[in-house]
Design a protein around this ligand. Structure first.
Ligand code: GLC
Length: 540
């Protein structure tokens, strides 16, 4: 097992932690989280063991899409601090061994962005062609609307411009025209600016839309982006939001050597995971993973359980989606856009912590790069009283009284209440309890980081003999890990593959004994084993 390799291709052995600065920690008591507050909590993240911090947008914004509507690509929104605070954060993270990547929205700007204001003012403006304009509204294609609750078209007429402009998202987010080289140059300069602040890469928003409308070899845009970013900073990575069928998602990782994105978030695996959980059957996940195309050796898949948007189930069939809805969010108020759920996992599992741990153990044991969303490590729930997708973006729960801001101050969004509120779910209490979810996560993350074969290895799905058990092995060089996860909450019996002269060493309970080839699993069992072979020394 080569440690040199795992440090060179660092993103393949990383654990990413995504957060919204506004919702993490408010240092000055104005109800809005800020960069200074986050910097104060970097040691918490370091203690947890995460190695990459992914910041959701913190740029100046009218905030009509939680900051994904940007008015100035070169600054920090004053509610969250200053560029100086940003640099302090990045260097504090670096000191604690944490790299920082930031959300970068290249597909659109806010309609308040000076580029758009100039573009709509005159046909002669150099910014006119920064956006996509037409005289006649093109016919709508079914499925084109990303937010069908708010929009009825991807084209809006602008009186001042006298034309329609394109917007794949909200109408206040006009699409940039990436077919225009001047736009690509401007965006490259922005990326270069942020790399100079010490970043290790970007989470690239809405990737498939970037190449839409580019007729001649559309993927060249992504190749150019990759080579530009890596010319500026060799170690920087691009983690893309690509929610497409597996083959098309794979295409964004580039050729065999991987000349496009370094990583894509795995929406296909994520949706199959929820179908497997809803059914208590390994089959959907097995099917999704076994049919996933081979990815370049240096690329990786971002493995998330829950992200910051709706939990989209759009790639499942209608019947499959109905099964997941029925199991995890039957009430329509818990669903969104007819395709997703606005809950976090703990409530979907009705607070069953055994099941919760099993799900994260499974996600962390699959080849790929685990991605956590803030609060998952303490079992935070959603607040359904918060509008739409933002239900899962409630303030972080630090202490029994919330601990997010100063006493008596109302956070920008209301905290979670009830059984999952801060009185019962918070960092301070869990830090003091060795058996807490938080401390379990710390052990899980440490284990995952100590098993680079899980990031680098090749996956073989194993026939477990029990429908509810997902069993797999991962091989990398001379190392092998075998994992079993029980998905239905019932006891099961599985046969583990053990060859001559091999033993299985449990990676969590430290047992080091010859396991019987047949193992009795308790409900929601989650076990990782390293295969010990005669004459080969195992890591601790
Ligand atoms: C991405 C983000 C989402 C945002 C949208 C528009 O899908 O994940 O939160 O609303 O892009 O920028």
């Amino acid at each position: 097992m080569s440690v040199k390799t795992s440090s060179d291709l660092w993103w393949k052995n990383a654990v990413v932690y995504c957060l919204d600065v506004e919702m993490f920690f408010d240092s000055d008591g104005d109800g809005c989280g800020d960069l200074l507050g986050l910097t104060e909590r970097v040691d918490y993240l370091a203690g947890l063991g995460v190695s990459v911090l992914w910041l959701m947008p913190f740029y100046p914004s009218p905030n009509r899409d939680d900051g994904y509507d940007i008015t100035d690509f070169y600054a920090v929104d004053s509610s969250m601090g200053t560029l100086g605070d940003f640099v302090e954060l990045v260097r504090t993270c670096r000191d604690r061994g944490i790299r920082v990547i930031v959300d970068f929205v290249m597909n659109h700007t806010s309609d308040q962005h000076p580029w758009f204001q100039a573009a709509r003012s005159s046909k002669d403006s150099p910014y006119r062609d920064f956006y996509v304009w037409v005289d006649e509204k093109p016919p709508e294609k079914p499925g084109d609307l990303v937010f069908p609750d708010a929009e009825t078209s991807n084209w809006t007429y602008d009186r001042k411009a006298g034309q329609y402009y394109q917007h794949r998202f909200y109408k206040h987010q006009p699409d940039l025209n990436l077919a225009n080289p001047a736009v690509r140059d401007e965006l490259a300069q922005v990326l270069g600016f942020w790399l100079e602040q010490g970043l290790s890469g970007f989470r690239v928003d809405a990737v498939p839309f970037l190449i839409e409308g580019v007729l001649d070899d559309p993927h060249q845009i992504i190749r150019d982006l990759r080579s530009y970013v890596n010319r500026r900073v060799g170690e920087a990575v691009l983690l893309g939001e690509v929610n497409l069928p597996a083959e098309q998602t794979r295409a964004f990782l580039g050729d065999e050597d991987g000349d496009e994105l370094h990583m894509v978030l795995d929406f296909i695996g994520n949706q199959a995971l929820y179908l497997s959980l809803a059914r208590g059957s390994a089959e959907p996940l097995t099917k999704a993973l076994s049919s996933y195309p081979k990815i370049p050796a240096a690329a990786s898949l971002g493995r998330f359980v829950r992200n910051h948007d709706e939990l989209t189930l759009d790639k499942l069939s209608e019947e499959e989606r109905a099964e997941v809805f029925a199991r995890f969010g039957p009430d329509e108020s818990l669903q969104l856009y007819g395709r997703g759920l606005r809950r976090r996992l703990p409530t979907m599992l009705e607070g069953d912590e055994r099941a919760l741990r099993m799900v994260y153990s499974l996600a962390f044991s699959l080849p790929g790069t685990p991605v956590l969303f803030y609060g998952e490590e303490i079992g935070m729930a959603e607040n359904v009283d918060i509008e739409g997708r933002y239900a899962v973006r409630a303030p972080m729960q630090w202490a029994r009284d919330g601990g997010f801001t100063l006493p008596g101050v109302s956070p920008r969004r209301p905290m979670v209440e009830g059984a999952f509120g801060p009185e019962r779910v918070n960092v301070t209490d869990q830090r003091r309890d060795p058996g807490s979810l938080l401390n379990w996560f710390e052990r899980l993350i440490r284990r995952r980081r100590e098993c680079p074969e899980l990031g680098f290895g090749s996956l073989t799905l194993l026939e477990s003999g029990a429908e509810s058990v997902f069993a797999h092995r991962v091989d990398w060089e001379d190392a092998t890990i075998v994992c079993v996860h029980e998905l239905s909450g019932s006891p099961a019996t599985v046969s583990l593959p053990v060859g001559d002269g091999e033993r299985l060493v449990d990676l969590f309970d430290h047992s080091d004994h010859d396991l019987p080839a047949t193992l009795q699993l308790e409900p929601y069992a989650a076990r990782w084993f390293r295969v010990a072979r005669t004459g080969v020394r195992l890591p601790p």
